[in-house]
Design a binder for this molecule. Structure first.
Ligand SMILES: *Cc1c(COP(=O)(O)O)cnc(C)c1O
Length: 331
């Protein structure tokens, strides 16, 4: 696939590591060979998946001459943290609108990502109730900024439109390069599925590479049908953008069994996964995304959903900053 026609800022520094997890594989019975793709180690303050999307999103913003970014997310949003970090690096203002999805959960003094919003100096932070029309809220901020003579650019929640998802289609090229180089025959790739840019991009990118590697999405915010529709619709937009054949619906597979009571609400299986990865491999997951996705991975291994002798890669999307606001729950 050709990505050179899309404006892009360069934030990556080569491929993220693709590592085996021998101790975790053994702790789970040794029948499945587990590997991890370390997108938690991507560049950008505290790391994580949004940097791949922001290369293309901020690339477009800069090309359009924008001098203010507006984005939105949950009260502990990793996406807001990384958008702000790269905005700092670019010398562009960054305005955040935070959705209080769990009533009463916003605390201006909270640690984790919220602390980093303050530390990196967001140009403004506005908190709106859960269920608000976030696009309308961002447009409101954009109008105010235009009246002050600014040129704002709106980045949707999670950076998940076709432009942002390009970053994860390009990820597929990086990943294929690594597995071909290492002759690693991968039977499945497990990814967290949230605002859908990551999952859609990976599916479209692997499909565009004719990889034949099944992708399993573990939901962190929606039920199965709603999430599969969201991921597939975005994958279709992306296939059009990349001039590849339309991604078939059956390539989009989501599981909601590890979601618990909903987005950001902790579960026992997430806690177990966070502790197991930390203690077996020294790898820090997060409570909201990678912890729940890893809970799905562990359950799949234990129930024999992967054939004996298969190789499964887990995409670690980052987010460990949020561990520090779940301290009481985790230990
Ligand atoms: C945003 C995020 C995800 C989910 O990615 P989407 O593209 O929104 O589906 C997963 N893990 C972490 C740590 C994130 O911040």
């Amino acid at each position: 696939m050709n990505f050179t026609n899309f404006p892009r800022r360069r934030y990556l520094d080569g491929a993220t590591p693709l590592e085996p997890m021998p101790r975790l594989s053994k702790a789970l019975g040794g029948k499945v060979d587990l590997w991890i793709k370390r997108d938690d180690l991507l560049p950008g303050a505290a790391g994580g998946n949004k940097t791949r999307k922001l290369e293309f999103l901020i690339g477009e913003a800069v090309e359009q001459g924008a001098n203010s970014l507006i984005t939105c997310g949950a009260v502990q949003s990793n996406h807001c943290r990384l958008t702000l970090a790269w905005a700092c690096k670019e010398g562009i203002d960054c305005h955040l609108i935070l959705e209080e999805r769990v009533p009463g959960s916003y605390d201006p003094k909270a640690g984790g990502n919220n602390f980093l919003f303050q530390l990196m100096g967001a140009a403004s932070i506005r908190v709106v109730p859960g269920g608000s029309d976030m696009l309308a809220e961002m447009q409101k901020t954009a109008e105010e900024l235009k009246q002050k003579g600014k040129r704002p650019y709106i980045i949707p929640g999670g950076g998940s439109n076709a432009t942002g998802a390009l970053g994860y289609a390009l990820f597929a090229e990086e990943f294929m390069g690594q597995i071909n180089e290492g002759s690693l025959k991968v039977d499945s790739l497990v990814v967290p599925s949230g605002s859908a840019g990551t999952h859609s991009g990976v599916v479209a990118g692997l499909f565009g590479n004719n990889a034949g590697i099944p992708v399993i999405g573990m939901n962190v915010s929606r039920k199965k049908d709603a999430q599969e529709t969201l991921v597939h619709n975005l994958a279709l937009k992306l296939s059009e953008k990349l001039s590849i054949a339309a991604v078939p619906r059956e390539l989009v597979v989501c599981h909601d069994e590890y979601l618990g009571d909903g987005y950001s609400r902790p579960t026992q299986s997430m806690k177990e996964a966070v502790l197991l990865f930390a203690r077996q491999e020294g790898i820090l997951l997060d409570p909201v995304y990678s912890g729940k996705a890893a809970a799905g991975l562990l359950d799949f291994v234990r129930k024999g959903a992967f054939a004996e002798g298969s190789t499964v890669v887990f995409l670690h999307t980052g987010g460990d900053t949020a561990l520090f606001v779940y301290q009481d729950y985790l230990v």
